[in-house]
Design a protein around this ligand. Structure first.
Ligand code: AMP
Ligand code: MN
Ligand code: MN
Ligand code: MN
Length: 281
């Protein structure tokens, strides 16, 4: 069974619409797909509509990827099996979306101080009213010729310690776990090795996440060495956490495909071990 528990759509910084995403997942014979947009669950209704329209077998897991702050780092917490009709959860995510809007205004201001005009309108053009992200600023910066690549946009302006970086104002990790649990879901620490942290700090983060009620960490990610996967598996076991697996798919291209190259080592307990993966909800 092909299970992919991390993916994005145009409802955040992904390039495929929810319908295009589920169609592509089906084409690549994914059996179970979690849609985990940044601070948004707007894609889910559209994904279920497409599933019904095209009579897809694909099992959709209601997900989200919440941005948090921890020790000055931006840490992502994935929520799986959240209730997409929970009004408290939706209003909490609206609060995060407002934080994104405020942050975008501050990015634009800093970019203006760097001599770059029109960044807010530019980023809004790409975000199209959805969860606005640094990716939308990066697209603007590349397309207006301020930088030569996406990577440069982050390096020069958007990443931590770059010229236009602003402190984000995210909620903390316990708050994100609480939101996810109160919406009936499980909290998963996203891509623990993709932050700018030493191994010692990754272990510290995993232990803290477990202590605060987290359920699992992502162990299998695309473009990782066998060694990295083994290490993450050991972190999960040591912290008594389950393991998750996801492509973090954003767009078609060289950065990994839906459901591809993700599988868990036998030594971990998959987060889905007690799920009945047979019906949508
Ligand atoms: P945000 O949600 O606004 O904090 O933006 C974070 C998103 O930007 C991540 O989810 C990635 O998709 C993307 N991202 C982060 N760092 C980079 C980078 N160095 N180059 C390209 N994309 C990045
Ligand atoms: Mn992203
Ligand atoms: Mn992430
Ligand atoms: Mn992601």
């Amino acid at each position: 069974m092909k299970i992919d528990l991390h993916s994005h759509t145009t409802c955040s910084d992904g390039s495929l619409t929810p319908a295009e995403l589920v169609l592509r997942a089906s084409t690549f014979e994914v059996d179970v797909l979690a849609i985990t947009d940044h601070d948004s669950i707007q894609a889910l209704d559209l994904a279920y509509e497409a599933k019904a329209k095209y009579k897809l077998k694909l099992q959709i897991i209601n997900g989200v990827e919440i941005s948090t702050s921890w020790e000055g780092q931006e840490i992502h917490i994935v929520g799986l099996n959240v209730d997409r009709n929970c009004s408290l959860f939706k209003s909490r995510l609206d609060q995060q979306l407002q934080t994104r809007v405020n942050r975008a205004e501050r990015y634009a201001h800093k970019l203006e101080n760097c001599g770059i005009k029109g960044a807010l309108a530019g980023a809004n053009h790409y975000a199209r009213g959805k969860s606005i992200s640094r990716v939308h600023f990066a697209k603007f910066l590349v397309n207006e010729g301020h930088v030569s690549s996406f990577d440069q946009a982050f390096k020069k302006y958007l990443a931590k310690n770059a010229k236009a970086y602003v402190s984000p104002g995210w909620i903390d990790i316990p708050e994100a776990i609480k939101w996810i649990k109160e919406a009936g879901g499980q909290a998963v620490l996203a891509h623990p090795t993709r932050y700018d942290l030493t191994n010692k700090w990754v272990r510290k983060l995993v232990a803290y996440f477990a202590q605060e009620g987290g359920e699992a960490i992502e162990v299998s990610l695309p473009r990782q060495s066998p060694n990295e996967k083994q290490q993450l598996a050991q972190y999960a076991i040591d912290a008594n956490l389950k393991a998750s697996a996801g492509s973090d798919f954003h767009h078609i291209g060289r950065f990994g495909e839906l459901g591809r190259d993700i599988n868990l080592p036998d030594i971990v307990t998959p987060i889905w071990h007690d799920w009945s993966i047979t019906k949508d909800h």
